[in-house]
Ligand binder design. Structure first.
Ligand code: FE2
Length: 285
């Protein structure tokens, strides 16, 4: 198999392209839709870069995979599906996220809260294929209640379950997030062979490190992760994570991002005047 990673410097997001050379079929994991919040303008440069790469390499897209409903960038899954084909997949717990955010954003009546905007909802331990490559889904909640990791051969795409060892772990204070669950999800990943390659969704480059990086291993994480490595006890992790989360600002693009990502990459429906709007709930965070 082949894995190529694409970095979006605006949101520090990594999108990954997993391809099967034998069949020329591929999956795109966590693609980014650009967004300028000052102008409320959507952009497609990041997504078009993926499209160009897929076409230049003669690949067919089987899947557009989300590890979770992201709060830091908008998803390009829908835009890519319209241009490249493929099916959009996400974890089966997605309705829990949709219910929470439908309430917060007072979503339109037609907004289904059963995950039906996505083409496939993956249950824990479910298997599917990218070309001839078997992929196993692990439910790894905690950062959000619907987070999943995708395991293929010696590689795992783990979303925001872990950051680089020098950066630790993702926050657990979004609706349905749970530090105890995240700790247990991480233990599931730690039970994989030490040489398993872990591909991350973000890297914010820890102080002192020169380059952004999106790849580490289970062994490196077990030994060196500053939040959960070296045998950190569950209670200590939960106390640290809860304390840390209480002081974090909201992600810059969270409010627009969630309104797109809970709709599988669809924009909110147009208002009576034909324009589309994002909503900003006041004094909720
Ligand atoms: Fe996230």
């Amino acid at each position: 198999m082949r894995i190529e990673s694409f970095f979006d410097p605006d949101t520090s997001t990594y999108s990954h392209l997993l391809s099967d050379p034998a069949s020329q079929r591929c999956a795109i994991i966590d693609p980014v839709l650009d967004y300028d919040p000052a102008a409320a303008r959507i952009g497609h440069a990041s997504a078009d870069r993926l499209i160009d790469h897929v076409r230049a390499n003669g690949l067919q897209v089987d899947w557009l995979l989300e590890t979770h409903v992201h709060a830091d960038h908008l998803s390009a899954a829908r835009y890519l599906r319209e241009r490249l084909g493929g099916r959009i997949g996400i974890g089966a717990e997605i309705p829990r996220v949709q219910v929470a955010f439908a309430d917060l954003f007072d979503a339109e009546e037609a907004f289904a809260q059963d995950g039906s905007q996505f083409d496939r909802l993956f249950a824990d331990e479910e298997c599917f294929h990218v070309g001839c490559l078997p992929v196993r889904v692990l439910h790894t909640p905690g950062h959000t209640p619907a987070c999943v990791s995708y395991l293929v051969g010696d590689a795992a795409f783990i979303g925001d379950t872990l950051f680089m060892p020098d950066s630790g772990t993702a926050r657990c204070d979004f609706p349905g997030g749970d530090a105890r669950q995240l700790y247990r999800s991480i233990q599931r990943l730690f039970a994989l062979p030490a040489s398993t390659r872990l591909f991350l969704c973000h890297d914010y480059k820890a102080p002192g490190r020169e380059h952004h990086c999106c790849q580490t291993t289970v062994g490196e994480q077990r030994a060196h992760n500053i939040h959960v490595g070296r045998g950190t006890a569950e209670a200590d992790f939960v106390a640290m994570r809860t304390r840390r989360d209480s002081g974090l600002d909201l992600p810059r693009l969270m409010l627009p991002a969630v309104q797109v990502n809970m709709r599988a990459g669809n924009l909110p429906p147009p208002a009576a005047n034909g324009r589309r709007y994002f909503k900003l709930p006041l004094d909720c965070f």
